[in-house]
Design a protein around this ligand. Sequence first.
Ligand SMILES: Cc1ncc(COP(=O)(O)O)c(C=O)c1O
Length: 418
Amino acid sequence: MTRVFDEDLAAGFGTQAIHAGQRPEPLAGAIMTPLYLTSTYVQEGVGRNKGYEYSRGTNPTREAFERNVATLENGRHGFAFASGMGCLDSIMKLFRAGDHVVCAENVYGGTFRLFDKILQHMGLSFSYVDTRDPQRVADAMTAATRAVIVETPSNPLMRLTDIAAVAEIAHHRGALLIVDNTFASPYFQRPLELGADIVYHSTTKYLNGHSDMVGGVAVTRDDGLGEQLKFIHNAAGAVAGPFDAWLALRGTKTLHLRMRQHDANGREIARWLVEQVGPENVYYIGLPTHPQYDLACRQMSGFGGMISLELGSRERADYVLERVRVFSLAESLGGVESLISLPAAMTHASVPPERRAAMGLSEGLIRLSCGVEDVGDLLADLEQAFEGLPGRGNKGSTGARGTTGAKPSRDTIGSAAP
Ligand SMILES: Cc1ncc(COP(=O)(O)O)c(C=O)c1O
């Protein structure tokens, strides 16, 4: 089982991001972990090998990435998968027909689709609750509940779950807490430190950060869960290929730098959006007007670059989506480049319309993944895209150009850290 190097755990986050899980390669001393493009390893005799037998089980490039992320999450064991969904599907193989799972009602559409269209037919049952209120989680638990699964912040409504409170509820009933930490990344939030049992990511997003691979990773501190996940990883085989692991490992080396800039840009863009459409229509956890701002300050150390925005109708959403030039209309998030999307028709199209409506995910909601470009260019792009927006009224020019480096206003944007 891939275990972190204990000596890595004491280093600061930036040092861990660059070095954890990696040691100079023994043949030539290469500073960068080599890309081990091999399916198998030559054995000296039956049962005598260098610790590697077949790459579905272990691969040195993948191991370096797994150790790296496990260290960043302050966990002990990491497992890299071929996608975020492959990762979650493998985690769910911890459970058996008849088991019950409490899931946050607002999760990535593909998560709901996996549960609703596949795992439900294999004997698992799911209750979807608004996990902003821990009491609702407690009320949904049954004698058969084996896990609580949350995404915090959630995609795309930017809702938060109190990880420590829900961990206590889950553990009290003998269930695991599993947290999708894709939006925050371990730079801003470490769920294992707050009591979660398993944390997982779509590494496609912030961890890799360059929109050039698809992957997932799961981390736990618990040796028993680690053994079970190791078995599933190899037996079910949805493992990350070495090249994807290598790309993602290169990505994590700059995670701390990128996240700081995503956060700075997110704050400034959220402030500008508030001026355009009012605070009630901007879903950004760094706004003191966000209903869970205090929780964000308590369990996170920054807010990041994800913002959702209610424009009131599909027509108004399309108006903006068709006019942006620097933001690109695309699925996904968390890359260095800024993306914009319409969740109801894109990432959450697989969620039935009535379920979307019930949780407040409208046809007029757009989601921004603020990249790390110059924020003045991003603001200027939005300014020209909003120009003439039907019903915008006279909330006109904002002087967006030239704001690069401007300090966020204290009355609309919260402090950097709790
Ligand atoms: C929060 C979240 N979790 C999981 C996933 C699934 O990850 P992947 O696309 O890598 O399978 C996504 C994808 O958008 C996501 O946004």
